[in-house]
Ligand binder design. Structure first.
Ligand code: ME8
Length: 524
């Protein structure tokens, strides 16, 4: 799409052997909302997710399941596709790191890095020997100073998982030579790492000095062979990070896909994998003479009723269950609204029900319901014909809704989902107040022309709210816009100012957000 507006957004690729949980759903949802919003706003969007299938952790899990790693990953890689389906994610591609296109890209990026010199004129990749601590859970190397004692004389990495001592021949990436180039990159690109606290964290980490990074392993087999030395397989993080360029067609850097979508506009990640994405990844890319991504945003972590989520505690939140219990769009809404994006958040049943019954059923659902059923009963079931906007407050209400798009665009460009939603709900609240103040049920007798104007203003507010919220709650907003009889080709943001056609017949209104009723309350 030469010259067009394009947007490339990615999730991390998920460890294939994990059961999908709320953290995975959250990261991908944040990307889905942006992808949908940018599409509505006229961008040619590429939204990528997938599974991370190599490495020691997967090899061990396969062995425990009594399968060869390839057969094992083939068997379970569908779990994350099922999650995408259950959450109504609109990804354009799903990558598996065991695919041929990815193996080609990884070997090409290795060769591109190896073929070039570091900024200090040395080989970017050299053969050495690694001796140090490794966490299989994190697939990460740690320094002694980053460890703490665990049970029975073991040592634990920063994430609380046990580390093991590894000694083996290894290729190294000359990360230490990239320190200055990285600092210059952060300086020149103030938006490249977000939020700001994370940016500062990364800069001070890099300023503290970088050590060369082990990028190959020899003591197990499940990985991509190092070109030219097949006794080694590539370090799984170099392999995994490369997925983002694989999906853009690398190594075909002259191809349409790469030229259209690379550098990526946004890599969305959790805070635990910030260093990989904002230190190692841009360094690998610069070494291979590829532009780094424009932005990496690190979001926070969810806890469950105040407790850290972990398999051993048994409090993992299953997104499939959440959707079954509360409904898909309420879950999508809750995750994006409840927590300032970037901060940690707590999931609780109480908070979820509070949002569902409060924001969705009472505020937005009720607004739509009272306006649309009033029109069905008293307005002939058609889009009302407005008179003049006589009163200043009508202009104010309509103007608030009109400005919404600008606000939401600005907030979403900063991944401030909760602020975007706050702005929408301000309009919802203004509209609800407007209904109360204008009391169309009184105007019906006293001034039917004004009643029609008031109802029209409200339908227009609902149209604009619905247009924006399609990115967050696509199915529920489809229902709302259907009830306004809005033609499908005017459901994009290009039609923001295209007001409803008076006289259009409306379908019978129906509730959009059923209230959540506690099981015990139902029984009693
Ligand atoms: O890290 N709350 O994959 P992964 C919020 N394969 N987010 C959470 C979370 C929680 N409780 N728990 C996990 C990997 N996450 C690598 C990525 S990318 C080239 C390779 C998030 O399946 C976590 O922060 O362990 C991360 O962004 C994502 O889930 C996937 O984690």
């Amino acid at each position: 799409m030469p010259g067009g507006k394009t947007y490339y957004v990615t999730t991390p690729i998920y460890y294939v052997n994990d059961e999908p949980h709320i953290g995975h759903a959250y990261t991908t949802l944040a990307c889905d909302v942006l992808a949908r919003f940018m599409r509505l706003d006229g961008y040619d969007v590429k939204f990528l997710t997938g599974t991370d299938e190599h490495g020691q952790k997967v090899e061990k899990a396969a062995a425990a399941a009594g399968l060869e790693p390839q057969a094992f990953t083939d068997k379970i890689s569908g779990n994350f596709r099922s999650l995408a389906k259950a959450m109504n994610f609109s990804n354009d591609d799903f990558i598996r790191t065991t695919e041929a296109r990815h193996i080609t890209a990884c070997q090409a990026i290795w060769q591109a890095i190896a073929a070039r010199k570091s900024p200090l004129g040395r080989d970017n990749i050299y053969l050495g020997k690694y001796a140090g601590w490794y966490s299989v859970r994190d697939e990460a190397f740690y320094d002694e100073g980053e460890l703490r004692p665990g049970p029975g004389g073991t040592k634990l990495g920063p994430s609380g998982d046990e580390v093991e001592w590894v000694e083996e021949p290894s290729y190294f990436f000359r990360l230490s030579d990239w320190q200055e180039a990285l600092l210059e990159f952060y300086e020149a690109n103030p938006d490249a790492v977000a939020p700001n606290t994370r940016r500062n964290e990364v800069i001070s980490f890099v300023k503290g000095g970088l050590k060369d990074l082990s990028i190959s392993r020899t003591t197990f087999k499940w990985g991509i062979p190092v070109p030219g030395d097949e006794a080694h397989i590539m370090y799984v993080w170099l392999d995994a990070l490369t997925n983002y360029v694989t999906a853009a067609g690398y190594p075909d850097t002259e191809g349409a896909d790469f030229r259209t979508y690379w550098p990526a506009d946004l890599h969305m990640v959790g805070k635990d994998i910030l260093r990989f994405h904002t230190v190692y990844w841009p360094a690998f890319l610069m070494a291979a003479d590829i532009a780094p991504p424009k932005r990496v945003f690190a979001h926070g972590w969810w806890t469950n009723e105040g407790q850290k989520i972990s398999k051993s505690v048994g409090n993992v939140i299953d997104p499939f269950e959440l959707v079954k219990t509360y409904g898909l769009d309420p879950v999508r809404y809750f995750l994006m609204r409840e927590v300032p994006f970037g901060n940690d958040g707590d999931f609780s049943h109480r908070a979820m029900v509070h949002r569902l019954n409060g924001d969705l059923a009472n505020d937005l659902g009720n607004l739509a319901q009272r306006v649309l059923s009033f029109i069905a009963k008293n307005g002939g079931g058609v889009v009302p014909t407005p008179g003049a906007f006589a009163q200043a407050d009508e202009w104010a209400g309509a103007a608030a809704a009109g400005k919404l798009l600008e606000t939401v665009r600005r907030e979403l460009s900063q991944q401030a989902y909760n602020k975007a939603l706050d702005a929408v709900w301000e309009v919802v609240a203004t509209a609800n107040r407007y209904v109360d103040e204008q009391a169309p049920w009184k105007l019906r007798k006293s001034d039917p022309a004004r009643m029609a104007t008031v109802l029209y203003v409200l339908c227009e507010a609902l149209r604009r709210i619905g247009l924006i919220l399609q990115a967050f709650m696509p199915m529920a907003m489809d229902k709302l816009l259907n009830q306004l009889a809005l033609p499908a080709d005017t459901r994009t943001l290009a039609a923001w100012d295209r007001a409803l056609e008076p006289g259009t017949t409306l379908p019978a209104p129906e509730g959009i957000f059923p209230r959540y009723v506690e099981k015990d309350a139902e029984a009693g």
